[in-house]
Design a protein around this ligand. Structure first.
Ligand SMILES: [Zn+2]
Length: 223
């Protein structure tokens, strides 16, 4: 834990050169291999960090896994069931390879759409069918979820709780309480460096900024 008892969740997306067409705006979350390794070394030295990778890119396996293993680190991988086996994305064998090295597999849903305002059939597809597909790929239960595009609302969180997810990860850029069911994360963005991330995450936020970020989280939960 950090000095004030918080946990820092750090989230990566793609690393290196994408091997598929990116979604609009997605390139902001792709980082080069060297910045990725430098940032991984930086956060590995922090007192309480949990690392995750979203979207199930092939770079999870080709760059992320060896870098984690080299440093004796583990991470949670939030995979998109609908992209399993597609060019540039993990397939079932890749998911099992991550598991074999002690990584956790979570769900990021089926099709990388917002989980807000879904009709019942879409809820089933995104929260139930995608999880079953990932469970089959991983060969072990999938109980973690990360909200695509960082979007969520109260109805969604109720559905995730009813379905028995044990931790749900967002992208709200603030420290987390270690035991909390809802876990905010800091996503690493293109152009981030160890110093920029340290300045944003570890510098003690002003009272104003803390209150504002907490208010963002409350507003989303009540929406
Ligand atoms: Zn995503």
């Amino acid at each position: 834990m950090t000095a004030d008892g918080h946990l820092i969740n750090i989230c990566f997306h793609g690393v290196g050169e994408p091997e598929r067409d990116l979604e609009p705006g997605e390139d902001r979350y792709w980082v080069g291999r060297d910045p990725f390794l430098a940032i991984l070394d930086e956060v590995a030295a922090w007192p309480a960090v949990r690392i995750s990778f979203d979207d199930g890119n092939l770079s999870d396996l080709s760059v992320g896994l060896p870098a984690l293993v080299d440093r004796n680190l583990t991470a949670d991988f939030f995979v998109l069931a609908g992209r399993l086996g597609e060019p540039g994305s993990l397939d079932a064998a890749g998911v099992r390879e991550l598991r074999r090295h002690g990584m956790a597999i979570g769900t990021h849903g089926m099709s990388h759409r917002s989980w807000r305002a879904m009709d019942p059939a879409t809820v089933h597809d995104e929260l139930v069918v995608a999880r079953e597909r990932l469970t089959a790929a991983a060969g072990s239960p999938v109980d973690l979820a990360a909200c695509p595009l960082g979007r969520y609302d109260r109805r969604l969180l109720g559905a995730l709780r009813r379905l028995g997810y044990t931790r749900v990860f967002t992208s709200d850029r603030r420290p987390a309480r270690p035991g909390a069911w809802l876990q905010p994360r800091f996503s690493v963005r293109r152009g981030d460096t160890p110093a920029s991330l340290r300045a944003e995450v570890l510098a003690r936020p002003s009272r104003y900024r803390r209150a504002r970020l907490a208010a963002v989280g409350i507003a989303k939960r009540l929406r």
